[in-house]
Design a protein around this ligand. Structure first.
Ligand SMILES: Cc1ncc(COP(=O)(O)O)c(C=O)c1O
Length: 362
């Protein structure tokens, strides 16, 4: 039987190949590859989509975070609170600036930051909080905003998720080719509610300059390129449909009874299901059954960030973030992409249900 991947990006862009080829061809004809008309147009179109005044295209989602923290003047001696149940880049960006990542625990139901635990970790040195909209689910921004600390949203996994992008001073995106909105290579974006900050990041991505004549700050070379922007302009108008399709697929998993075999991600209206991540203390057995049936599955942040070798200097011990560590031990994802065929989902659910009921009867 045909193997089922976890994400089928190619199936998503297959109907758009002709249009993609034409747009890339236009870039080749123009000879403009860096900060040309596609990047400018994409920045405008993305801002309109997200409902923010400005966006700035950068090289990837990691740089997006580093540049924002730099523009905020965050560096040595400063603390930034973030989750440990996220991709490494969230904390890496803080450490890259010479600041100290402070890890807060997550809420067991949402897998996003637990605002009460964040509140307990705010000190006189806290300069920002980076909530991650994990797996496409909006983080509790309203509760975090009550703490009165600058918020930078790590929205790498959540382009277009409801309620995001307009609370923090900036939200950062990755266009890594498995994301909800993806490029055909690396790419990133920062969306701003604060226009002064936008101008600073715009300069930072270009060596701290507006014109390559006067260099105002020590900056970076971190630009979204024209070919990526051209592809993103083909994909952006499809994103609302793609996100709706992901939500339908998530609802279908629930309807098919997957929730009787494992704990499903709790739905909420803004969730765009970048990934469909469930939980089970028996996940290894369920994943083995999926693998035997030729179905891919995934596990995320198995070693959470506070226990990663590079961050050991921060001094966290196993057991220090109990919900994070439990989620790391129990989470697993099953295939989901925009347009995932219902019969694929039926196969996934049948295999998991059978594996889970073996567990019940033995
Ligand atoms: C939560 C999170 N933050 C940051 C990043 C970094 O993005 P990039 O890979 O584009 O640098 C990613 C994705 O890879 C991510 O999932």
């Amino acid at each position: 039987m045909k193997k089922i991947p976890l994400v089928d990006v190619k199936a998503q862009y297959a109907p758009l190949l002709q249009e993609l080829r034409e747009r890339i061809s236009d870039v080749l004809d123009s000879g403009e590859f860096i900060l040309g008309p596609n990047v400018k147009a994409f920045e405008r179109e993305a801002a309109a989509f997200l409902g923010v005044p400005q966006t700035v295209g950068v090289a990837n989602g990691t740089d997006a975070l580093v540049l924002v923290l730099d523009a905020l003047g965050i560096g040595p001696g400063d603390e930034v609170i973030c989750p440990a149940f996220t991709f490494y880049a969230t904390a890496e960006s803080i450490a890259r600036r010479g600041a100290t990542p402070v890890f807060a625990d997550i809420d067991a139901a949402t897998l996003n930051l637990d605002p009460a635990d964040v509140a307990a970790r705010v000190t006189g040195r806290t300069r920002a909080i980076i909530p991650v909209h994990l797996f496409g689910r909006p983080a509790p921004l309203a509760e975090l905003a009550e703490l009165g600390v600058t918020i930078v949203e790590d929205a790498a996994q959540a382009f277009g998720a409801g309620g995001t992008a307009t609370t923090g001073v900036a939200s950062t995106y990755s266009f890594y080719p498995t994301k909800n909105l993806f490029g055909i290579g690396d790419g990133g974006l920062v969306a701003f509610t604060d226009e002064e900050l936008a101008e600073r990041v715009r300069m930072l991505r270009f060596h701290g300059s507006r014109d390559k004549v006067d260099f105002q700050f020590i900056g970076y070379n971190s630009r979204l390129d024209e070919i990526q922007a051209a592809a993103l302009r083909v994909f952006l108008p499809r994103l609302t449909g793609w996100n709706a399709s992901r939500r339908e697929a998530a609802a279908r998993y629930a309807e098919l009874g997957l929730g009787e075999a494992c704990e499903l991600p709790e739905d909420e209206p803004g969730h765009v299901y970048h990934l469909f991540v469930s939980r089970s203390p028996e996940r290894e057995r369920l994943r083995a059954a999926l693998a035997d049936a030729g179905i891919a599955s995934g596990v995320y942040y198995e070693t959470p960030l506070h226990l990663q070798p590079a961050l050991r200097y921060l001094g966290y011990e196993p057991g220090s973030l109990p919900e994070t560590e439990r989620a790391a031990a129990e989470n697993f994802s099953v295939p989901l992409w925009a347009g995932v065929p219902p019969d694929v989902q039926e196969r996934v659910v049948a295999v998991i249900r059978e594996a889970a009921s073996v567990g019940v009867s033995s």
